[in-house]
Ligand binder design. Structure first.
Ligand code: GLC
Ligand code: CA
Length: 543
């Protein structure tokens, strides 16, 4: 066991495991995963060798956006358990050396949040409305939205309310669904409230936060029409967004034990780096791998550009290939299609794509991920090689993206299917219920954790081996990437620390003579002599 609490700035090279609570483990047979279920699986998490958890939202929520519409930031939704269950989860994780980080959703809340309910009821010009973006409409009777900005989930980003006297009234701004009104972060009350919320959870022992849509807190409130469909969201110092993070950082620094936060931003690398300057947040997801094609060029570019940008601010890079918003990498890299995120129109044609031996790619990708210095995030089920589920029937789809785009985009439910744990039992051991919140397809039987646990050649056991390798080689966690080259389709990375290591990945379809003299520490599949088979990674120590 790694004594996590003994190490300073543990987050710099930690492996974080994202748990999507509703899909991890159901403990009470209602078909929805819950906090007690996570506690039941602590042994599994420990056996993986990860250092920390990130829990997606478990707060009271009407679930318009699977919990990312929060109605109460300081409680647990009864469908997931109680605050006491949460405290027990933190203790159980800490007892085996695993840190616990949670999702914070500061950009918007649920339209059921008491502040928003009050704002609608209080009418024009009220203080309650100042906490959100209520604006008069354009046109003669204010019948037109204040700007042409579109919501990320499709449709307009403005919704009109009825005033307390029943007349058609002001419009409020929402970057996402209409049920997710955006806070007005220029109002100091909002900042004060989020300081309180963070303290509430820090007091309960959480080790850190994942900050949802962190770069969008400050809008251009001139509400000028745009050429494209997207809003104008300034992210520079003048915008004031960085001052917010400095203030939140100060709150975190009041607590002992190296608490941390990772920001979610899809901006370019140099903008992302602004959010992780020494007095702001600690880590920022690098989404380059999510968008990368299976090629040495694409991966080399992803690695170099983010290393460069982060070096300038002294922050490690945070590697990630999968999360609850992406098409799972096991499906992405089984095709050569552009499948990066949520906006995959109906997964047309996926069935016709020639099948690639994804198992080899899954293994090669895992070894690359765990060999790169910095922090790493993996997403539950990734270690089992779960494919995306692209054929969910329309009537079970929950993602608001589907309805808001009139079915143009199927949305993200396909990567949110419950975990298959065991063969021969109800719902593969996820739940004793006949119905789960999203159905688990029969083909998930091939991926169950228990069978993989017993199979030395399984992906799960390869994840454990690659994590173990990283844990026992400081250079893989804290070293410097000193050189990156491409020979044919082989990506060749040199990492220097207390050892001199090389990581090679053959992205091409042919065997390549590329392996230098050295001691093979781990290979994603058998390597002999100087040649590297296709879709294979190897880590070696130079002699
Ligand atoms: C983030 C979340 C995503 C959610 C959105 C709105 O991107 O990861 O799941 O839908 O924010 O909160
Ligand atoms: Ca449950």
């Amino acid at each position: 066991m790694i004594p996590v609490s003994a190490e300073n700035e543990w987050w710099r090279d930690a492996i974080f495991y994202q748990i999507y609570p509703r899909s991890f483990q159901d403990s009470n047979g209602d078909g929805l995963g819950d906090l007690k279920g996570i506690i039941e699986r602590i042994g599994y998490l420990k056996s993986l060798g990860i250092n920390a958890l990130w829990l997606s939202p478990f707060y009271p929520s009407p679930d318009v956006d699977a919990g990312y519409d929060v109605a109460d930031y300081c409680d647990v939704d009864p469908k997931f358990g109680t605050l006491e269950d949460f405290e027990n989860l933190v203790s159980a994780a800490h007892a085996v050396g695993i840190k616990v980080t949670i999702d914070i959703v500061p950009n918007h809340c649920s339209n059921q949040h008491p502040w928003f309910v009050e704002a609608v009821n209080s009418g024009r010009g009220s203080e309650a409305r100042e906490l959100f973006h209520f604006v008069d409409g354009r046109g003669e009777n204010g019948d037109l939205p204040p700007s042409n900005w579109q919501s990320v989930f499709g449709g307009p980003s403005w919704t009109r309310v009825s005033e307390p006297d029943g007349t058609a009234g002001q419009w409020y701004y929402h970057l996402f669904a209409a049920e997710q009104p955006d806070f007005n972060w220029r109002n100091p009350k909002v900042l004060a409230e989020f300081k309180r919320i963070m303290k509430f959870w820090l007091d309960r022992g959480v080790d850190g936060f994942r900050i949802d849509v962190s770069d969008a807190l400050i809008k251009d409130t001139s509400w000028t029409d745009t050429e494209g469909r997207w809003p104008i969201i300034p992210k520079d110092d003048a915008s004031g967004v960085h001052e917010i993070y400095r203030q939140l950082r100060a709150v975190m620094d009041e607590y002992p034990g190296d608490r941390m936060a990772v920001v979610e931003t899809g901006a370019d690398d140099d903008i992302v780096a602004l959010f992780i300057r020494p007095d702001e947040m600690h880590l920022a997801f690098n989404f380059k791998f999510v968008k990368a094609q299976w090629s040495a060029d694409s991966f080399a570019h992803a690695i170099t550009s983010s290393l460069q940008a982060n070096r300038a601010v002294g922050a490690p890079v945070t590697w990630v290939t999968d999360n609850h918003d992406t098409v799972r990498s096991a499906t992405r890299y089984a095709t050569n299609l552009e499948l990066a995120g949520a906006y995959v129109p109906n997964f047309m044609g996926l069935e016709d794509v020639p099948s690639i031996d994804i198992d080899n790619r899954n293994r090669a990708l895992a070894l690359l991920l765990f060999s790169l210095p910095g922090a790493t995030y993996i997403y539950n089920g990734q270690e089992l090689g779960l494919p995306n589920v692209n054929d969910l029937p329309d009537e079970v789809i929950q993602d608001p993206l589907f309805a808001r785009t009139q079915g143009e985009f199927r949305g993200r439910d396909g990567c949110r299917i419950p975990m298959p744990w065991q063969r021969g039992v109800e719902q593969f051991g996820f739940s004793s219920s006949l119905k789960t919140w999203l159905p688990i397809p029969e083909r998930y039987e091939d991926f169950v954790a228990e069978a993989q646990d017993h199979d030395p050649a399984s992906l799960l056991n390869f994840y454990r081996a690659a994590i173990q390798l990283r844990t026992s080689h400081e250079t893989l966690r804290k070293g410097n990437v000193t050189n990156i080259q491409i020979n044919n389709q082989v990506l060749d990375i040199e990492i220097q620390g207390i050892e001199r290591l090389r990581v090679l990945v053959n992205f091409g379809p042919h065997e390549c003579a590329a392996v230098p003299d050295g001691l093979v520490l781990l290979a994603s599949r058998a390597v002999s002599g100087q040649t590297l088979p296709p879709d294979t990674a190897v880590v070696l120590r130079l002699l």
